[in-house]
Design a protein around this ligand. Sequence first.
Ligand code: SF4
Ligand code: SF4
Length: 283
Amino acid sequence: MKIAIASGKGGTGKTTIATNLAASISRTGLRVQYLDCDAEEPNGHIFLKPVIESREDVTVGVPEVDEQKCTGCGKCGRLCQYSAITCIKEKVLVFEELCHSCGGCMAICPEGAIKEIQRRIGIAEFGKSDGIAFGHGKLNIGAIQTPAIIKFVKQKAPNKAITILDVPPGTSCPVIEAVKGSDFVLLVTEPTPFGLNDLKLAVGMVRELKLPFAVALNRSDIGDESVLQYCAEENIDVILEIPNDRLIAEAYSQGFMIIDALGGYQQAFSQLYQKIKARVAVQ
Ligand code: SF4
Ligand code: SF4
């Protein structure tokens, strides 16, 4: 079973819920893996403290032009939607950092002057954390191919365990890549107008992808009732509520898990897993 923990915006407690859910499942004796797909800012390792056992460079294909073959026709530049290759005065310039590796310029070049070379965009690391298989991707500063690194981490991770995917915030391409293939998406939000706005965007995304989902409400006793009202009107289940507790904030700031720092949360997260499992079973 693949469970994606997502959020329409950052700072809602998504990683807190993802890491505690993974650890609580592991402590019941089940095999679980945690994959941090928030490749621009992965921080699940701060809480799970994994021992890294392997590292792999993540690369993407980018074009390299053979000036001897190029006639300067400009077809490659006119095709590229990202201005990553352009032809100026019959000289072709490649901006690798803008390339989305679509391969279009290589396919269209009438002279066969463009070949693909590999460009390193980041690193993927895999290891173990107290019985949990751990994996995360780290995108290089300035690199933009987040979906490629997420895809790499998901493909390389062992696939024989309950998988918790810590999804990047938002609703853009990296989020789609991270939640793709999930059995269930847990949308984490807060009961504030900003939380409601971003939850609506996230709900729109998972409905478009036809993925089963429910909501987790973090800092549930702040803000207003608008998120709960919206969920009631839209028949969306709220299956976890975590109150605004100073002890939780202290545990978070010190890199501790809630299930270790506060009594009752191991059970709360085990129940969360059972609720998700029951919902996946009826799909
Ligand atoms: S591979 Fe695609 S994105 Fe990259 S330069 Fe060529 S056409 Fe542009
Ligand atoms: S399409 Fe090929 S031949 Fe034409 S400008 Fe680009 S690299 Fe040169």
